[in-house]
Design a protein around this ligand. Structure first.
Ligand SMILES: Nc1ncnc2c1ncn2[C@@H]1O[C@H](COP(=O)(O)OP(=O)(O)O)[C@@H](O)[C@H]1O
Ligand SMILES: [Mg+2]
Length: 253
């Protein structure tokens, strides 16, 4: 990589210097290609960006542009073909599976479009699940109740997913993502299965949680309107960053 800093890198450097915040994620020249018959398809063609602690960032782009592939790589679920992903200055792309599982459990919470709750468990039990993996302080049931209260579902602790609306299920999934107190929450199309009103509610919840917890939220969406709720929108087209929009000038709030 050359030494010339992009405008975005210069802005982030100034911002972290002025606010004493740090870069929690540094994505460096990430590529992903997969074999397709006798050819290879290039899904990601060299993606670089940095994310500051406490930022709410949207990865936005049309369907098939590579957002889910990128999210899988920055969440440590998939390896890039080339390039690095540093989380708190540690490269997660060269890590053994055991150590990586620990990073995922401690530093990253995941939210999916289809909520991915366990249907036979109650809301509270779903939120407790990550706390039974690895070592965590405190009582899982107390923590789960506290988080479900935080997302406005104190009255739904014993409901199973099928007894909850889509918006409520996504709130449970967000509470579950927060269970291990990760620094970063990564959400792939978190509003994709919701109607406009419930989608807005989930986005306000994310913005509110960011303000109250100081955690970093990274969402992927194909919807420009959804992306406009974030501090910054990184637009991906055909596996490359097409533009980065500071959504009215804030790098972060
Ligand atoms: N495992 C895979 N094998 C082959 N092609 C894939 C695989 N995963 C994703 N792709 C292709 O890569 C491109 C990007 O996919 P994806 O990351 O899911 O995009 P998005 O989330 O933006 O819709 C698509 O063209 C998709 O078909
Ligand atoms: Mg996708």
């Amino acid at each position: 990589m050359d030494d010339v800093k992009t405008m975005q890198e210069q802005q982030i450097e100034l911002f972290t210097h002025q606010t004493n915040r740090k870069i929690v994620m540094d994505v460096q020249a990430v590529t992903k290609s997969l074999p397709l018959g006798r050819e290879r398809i290039d899904i990601l063609k060299g993606i670089s960006f940095q994310i500051v602690s406490g930022e709410f960032v949207a990865i936005v782009g049309p369907s098939g542009s590579g957002k889910s592939t990128l999210l899988g790589i920055i969440a440590g679920l998939d390896n890039p073909t080339d390039g690095k992903v540093l989380i708190d200055d540690v490269d997660i792309t060269r890590m053994g599976e055991g150590k990586l599982a620990m990073v995922r459990n401690n530093k990253i919470g995941m939210v999916f479009q289809a909520y991915n709750l366990i249907p036979t468990l109650t809301a509270q039990e779903n939120v407790e699940v990550p706390l039974y993996v690895g070592k965590h302080k405190g009582s899982p049931s107390e923590r789960a109740k506290e988080l479900l209260t935080l997302v406005g579902l104190a009255h739904r602790l014993s409901h199973r997913p099928s007894q909850l609306s889509g918006g409520e299920q996504q709130r449970v999934a967000i509470a579950r993502a927060l269970a291990t107190d990760p620094a970063i929450v990564i959400a792939d199309e978190p509003t994709g299965n919701l109607d406009a009103r419930n989608g807005e509610n989930v986005l306000s919840l994310i913005a509110d949680l960011r303000n109250r917890t100081g955690k970093t939220f990274i969402i992927a969406t194909h919807d420009q309107n959804v992306a406009s709720h974030a501090d910054r929108a990184i637009r991906i087209v055909d596996g490359l960053i097409a533009s980065i929009d500071n959504n009215g000038g804030r790098i972060t709030q």
